[in-house]
Design a protein around this ligand. Structure first.
Ligand code: WQD
Length: 344
């Protein structure tokens, strides 16, 4: 009997790629999304790739009664919870919206899981909980100290991790795996789904590809006076398809009976690349010259972080192995497809 997974935020960037991998791994998927930062047309892309159209529920997960009624319509075995507001800058301007949305939705889902005999939940967390690791703590491991969040967005990730831990330690009949990802980038190789930020992008890669396409005038590299080899920030950029596969591995594990009630995994490549390296690799891999300049540091940016992902490699049997050049080409192919389709 196929197991059914509820993917909240499933029309979003990571959620849509994870839905594809879940379907291709033999799971049924129900997507729950409020379409506040994604488009329903993404479902069509998922269907074109997999041949299967996942069920879709247009819902605000902060509405507990509506969420309960939705769960009653399906037999859900597990949940992957992506749905959340995720723009660092916006969270500073609208903190209460972030606390209400990101925390209420999780609490509702956790409260409803036992009622519907849902055994496992994968939580989409972030390396942001580590803040700026000390130099001796790089690459950062799962037991590295957490630093005070530098934004309400990052704080909601920290609070949500604590909520899951406290709920499970209270004896709740559920299990959870918390995945702390680094920087998800790229697009599905089919170019049928990818990252489609509303308005001007905050994240680096959509800014790069939109500049390369001429939609944006110039990329500004935020700061070249950091204590790094080329002076620009360092991040662990992970291919979104590799990240999606990590979720399938985690979902399979959390639904097993004999694993721990709560586990944490870093999901990254284990390597760091600077902003300048990303720009130069993009130009080399695509043959497209980028118009960029150096500007002042961006408030809230940390200097350097990359993950020690040995735990996920050994316990989940998962590894991010797509070469950076191929990942950046996938992002560019997606941007070309958006132009071909008249989207931007
Ligand atoms: C990456 C690097 C910038 C844009 C955040 C969240 C993380 C996750 C991903 C949600 C930084 C530099 C960027 C630009 C630049 N959130 N940059 N010029 O801030 O590392 O991570 O987004 O999924 O939880 O913390 O990602 O892509 O914004 O920036 O120089 O126009 O690119 O300074 O060093 P970030 P980012």
């Amino acid at each position: 009997m196929k197991q059914t997974i509820l993917v909240t935020g499933g029309t979003g960037f990571i959620g849509s790629h994870t839905t594809v991998e879940l379907i291709q791994a033999g799971y049924n998927v129900v997507i729950a999304d409020n379409l506040s930062n994604s488009k329903r047309e993404v479902i069509g892309g998922i269907k074109k790739i997999t041949g299967i159209e996942p069920a879709f529920e247009f819902i605000d997960l902060c509405n507990k009664e509506a969420t309960r009624e939705m769960l009653q319509r399906y037999r859900i075995d597990g949940i992957i919870h992506f749905a959340a507001s995720k723009a660092v800058g916006e969270s500073v301007e609208k903190p209460l919206m972030y606390y209400r949305n990101n925390i209420t939705s999780l609490v509702n889902l956790l409260e409803l899981m036992p009622e519907h005999n849902i055994k496992g939940v994968i939580f989409s967390s972030s390396c942001t909980v580590y803040g700026q690791p000390r130099p001796e703590n790089l690459p950062v491991t799962e037991d590295a100290p957490h630093q005070k969040a530098t934004s309400p967005y990052g704080n909601t990730k920290e609070i949500n991790e604590q909520i899951i831990q406290d709920y499970i330690h209270s004896g709740a009949p559920i299990k959870s795996i918390v995945l702390r990802y680094f920087n998800p980038i790229g697009a599905h190789p089919s170019a049928l789904i990818g990252e489609l930020p509303n308005g001007k992008p905050n994240n680096l890669i959509p800014y790069v590809t939109q500049t390369a396409m001429g939609i944006l005038e110039q990329l500004t590299i935020f700061g070249n006076d950091y204590d790094t080899p080329d002076g620009t920030c360092i991040r662990d950029y992970i291919y979104v398809v590799d990240l999606a596969k990590a979720h399938v591995a985690a979902m399979t594990r959390v639904l097993k009976k004999d694993t721990a009630a709560l586990e944490y995994f870093n999901i990254g490549t284990g390597r760091g690349n600077s902003t300048r390296e990303i720009v130069e690799t993009f130009e080399k891999a695509t043959g497209v010259k980028l118009n960029y300049t150096y500007g002042p540091r961006r408030a809230g940016d940390i200097e350097k972080i990359w993950g020690d992902c040995t735990k996920a490699n050994t316990i989940l049997g998962w590894k991010a192995d797509t070469p950076l050049e191929d990942v950046l080409v996938s992002a560019w192919k997606w941007q070309l497809k958006l132009r071909e389709d008249g989207v931007m």
